[in-house]
Design a protein around this ligand. Structure first.
Ligand code: LLP
Length: 437
């Protein structure tokens, strides 16, 4: 998919770059990111919204993959940016991302983070709870400014997805519940808050969602809530943010919709539900993360040791694992892989791909069909663009891989491979423990 092909040498190429050459230049493990595919996905969103005729913002959920080069691409493609921490905010600002297009999320923003975002004059805070509502209002008043906010509500919709990543249901750490009156109370307090300018509400129902029904249901609930708000407080939302969660295809059998189908379902639902209660339709914001970057990423590994247990299983170990991709261990996520240096060869055996961490759960793929695998072969695991580098760790003090963007035969390093000195960079040996010279 994307710009990947197999060249005359039988090597996988991505963005016009032979991955064996990428290995020679950058080493493995290596995150390879197909820049053209990211841009294509971004345009699918903006084109679909333009076709809807509604006013919109597509905010890339940077949590999926937040590095400065990615912020530059999001900026060039006209996206807004959803950040959830001072680290993501700092990355975006340092990359020159326009502050007024940054939306700040999170269920426990610290006063320091809020101050940093206020200093930067970001576009909008997505307020999650009463504590935040109060400190944000106080800090805004102290500075004599008015801060644009959305209130995050839980519409009570539970997406059909892995339970750890469902956030739309009532029993959630996020947001104000629509069902029990909490959200109405939050509207009242936001309206009374002199330092806050209420734009509207936000809802996010989960991640890796394949159907449109959940989104349609969320729109209907939010619209019903908007009708209550209008009746009780006489206000109409100017913005409704429907979050992210649009699914992608990781493996054969995954059945995501085309980006335009998700957008059409949402915008149609907005038109139907809101035209019944509002004179002017609200601006619609969405926050796709995975569906912008997920399938643009490929992780390239070198094969090391191979353990064959006859009649049981063949373990093929690679030079990375749960440190660069914790998703299989965390969520039992499934991935596909190809032998990148012999990509045209027919499958000859079923093997399991193991990582190098001291942990039995460090398995990337159980049972994958590959040509006969040898030491030093290159394994390419696809669809690793989202929540891989972003969730990478230094467990076992393993260094994080480099990230390269590839496009039109050109490869650009966007994150350097970590060094050993990076690993010990923040370590301090107290004087009483230091070895005497
Ligand atoms: N907006 C909000 C408020 C979110 O909480 C999320 C994801 C998104 C947008 C973006 O969702 P996406 O379009 O990427 O599905 N680490 C998990 C995914 C956690 C998603 C958390 N929130 C994983 O690796 O599957």
């Amino acid at each position: 998919h994307g710009t990947s092909t197999i060249n005359e040498k039988g090597h996988l190429t991505i963005g016009g770059c032979d991955v064996t050459a990428l290995k020679a230049e950058f080493g493995t493990p290596l995150y390879i990111v197909d820049e053209a595919l990211i841009r294509e996905r971004a345009r699918q969103y903006t084109d679909a919204f333009k076709a809807s005729g509604l006013n919109f913002q597509v905010a890339y959920a940077s949590k999926a993959f937040c590095v400065m080069a990615m912020c530059c691409i999001a900026e060039e493609e006209g996206l807004s940016l959803d950040v959830v921490s001072d680290g993501e905010l700092y990355t975006a600002l340092q990359a020159g991302f326009p502050a007024h297009r940054i939306h700040f999320h999170g269920n426990n923003k610290t006063p320091d983070e809020i101050a940093m975002a206020l200093d930067a004059n970001i576009g909008c805070f997505v307020v999650d709870n009463f504590f935040e509502l109060h400190i944000l209002n106080d800090m805004a008043k102290e500075r004599g400014v008015s801060v644009k906010i959305l209130l995050r509500v839980t519409p009570g919709v539970e997406a059909h997805t892995h339970e750890y990543i469902s956030t739309g249901q009532t029993d959630s750490k996020f947001g104000f519940d629509i069902g029990n009156g909490t959200a109405l109370e939050a509207i009242k307090q936001a309206q009374d808050a002199e330092g806050l300018e209420l734009l509207g509400v936000h809802s996010h129902i989960g991640s890796q969602i394949f159907e449109v029904e959940g989104f349609q249901m969320a729109v209907a609930r939010v619209a019903a809530f908007a009708a209550d708000v209008k009746q009780q407080f006489g206000i109409e939302f100017t913005v409704v943010n429907l979050g992210g969660g649009f699914g992608i295809r990781y493996i054969e059998g995954d059945t995501p919709l085309h980006v335009s189908e998700y957008v059409k379902a949402i915008t149609d639902a907005v038109k139907t539900n809101f035209s019944a209660i509002y004179n002017a339709l609200p601006e619609i914001w969405v926050e796709p993360g995975r569906s912008i970057v997920g399938d643009a990423g490929t992780t390239l590994y070198s094969v090391g040791s191979i353990k064959d247990i006859p009649g049981v299983r063949k373990y093929v170990a690679v030079d990375g694992g749960m440190t660069d991709n914790p998703r299989p261990a965390l969520y039992e996520s499934q991935y596909e892989a190809v032998l990148a240096n012999r990509a045209a060869e027919e499958p000859a055996e079923v093997v399991s791909i193991a990582g190098k961490c001291c942990e039995s759960g460090d398995m990337l793929i159980w049972d994958v069909n590959l040509p006969r695998v040898n030491h030093d072969d290159l394994l390419a695991v696809s669809c690793t663009g989202a929540y891989n580098y972003a969730m990478a760790s230094n467990y076992n003090r393993i260094r994080k891989p480099a990230v390269v963007f590839v496009k039109d035969g050109q490869s650009d390093l966007v994150v350097k491979r970590e060094s050993h000195d990076n690993i010990i960079g923040n370590d301090v040996i107290p004087a009483r423990l230091a070895k005497q010279e």
